[in-house]
Ligand binder design. Structure first.
Ligand SMILES: C[S@@+](CC[C@H](N)C(=O)[O-])C[C@H]1O[C@@H](n2cnc3c(N)ncnc32)[C@H](O)[C@@H]1O
Length: 241
């Protein structure tokens, strides 16, 4: 039988230390394919769609892309597949991400991107027609109402937030970290079959499902204008009240 050692490589051990607004590098290992799941402090484990982040936009993504007709900001754009898909359609689009890994990948594939926190000053505040929060990004900052209010401030008067929701989930807010299993050459000797658990620092995160989106939108000064499932995913368009 193969010996297996589980060792925590990095990250803080205490979810109580996650009170900071955002941790720039926490998604780097996931974006590099070394973390495959998001683990909430309440023990719930959610798989990360790391392959989808790297791929080109697919059929389900087109639900979001179809709803962005004018200048679009993709907050937490990751490797930038939606920015590329929008640009290919002639829609001006800018990705924003705190991760160096994400920004490098965006630049490699020709996506316009800004290396910045979504809560920092951004270009064109109050003039964007659409803000996209794809693939769990309603969780950014751990406070969906605060994030949607931020989106509202970025939008022009008739603007919309195009948001992906977690099917079957309610509203959860708390600390989370990213974990992965790595057979990593630089963590183990070449002949060592050690399986290593990678873990990021704890950071504030949130999960929002379709049943709770109306209340969260209303509290943020927004209303759900459209909602739909596409494949296994679920999306909504929020407009200003
Ligand atoms: C779940 S991934 C989604 C990636 C991308 N939306 C996609 O679908 O490919 C979350 C992304 O949000 C970024 N992120 C997290 N907090 C952020 C913040 N405060 N400001 C900007 N980007 C952030 C992470 O670096 C990561 O790339």
């Amino acid at each position: 039988m193969t010996p297996m050692t589980r060792s925590l490589v990095s990250g803080t051990a205490d979810p109580g230390t996650a009170a900071i607004a955002g941790v720039p590098g926490v998604f780097d290992a996931a974006l590099a394919g070394r973390c495959q799941r998001l683990v909430r402090a309440d023990g719930v484990v959610l798989p990360l769609a790391t392959q989808r982040w790297q791929d080109d936009a697919d059929g389900d993504d087109s639900w979001m892309v179809d709803r962005c007709a004018g200048p679009t900001l993709d907050l937490g754009c990751g490797p930038g597949r939606l920015v590329v898909a929008l640009a290919d359609r002639g829609v001006p689009a800018l990705g924003v991400d705190v991760s160096v890994q994400a920004v490098q990948r965006c630049l490699e594939r020709g996506a316009a991107v800004l290396h910045r926190d979504a809560f920092e000053r951004l270009p064109g505040e109050g003039r964007w027609e659409h803000v996209v929060l794809a693939d769990g990004n309603i969780g950014i900052g751990g406070d969906p109402v605060g994030l949607l209010r931020r989106c509202r401030a970025l939008l022009a008067e008739a603007g919309t937030v195009v948001v992906e929701l977690e099917p079957g989930a309610g509203l959860w807010q708390g600390a989370a970290h990213l974990e992965g299993t790595a057979e990593s050459a630089y963590l183990a000797a070449p002949d060592d079959t050690t399986e290593t658990v990678m873990a990021s620092a704890w950071f504030p995160w949130a999960v929002l499902g379709p049943d709770e989106v109306d209340d969260v939108a209303a509290e943020s000064g927004l209303v759900v204008a459209e909602r739909a499932a596409s494949g296994a995913r679920f999306f909504a368009v929020l407009s200003l009240i």
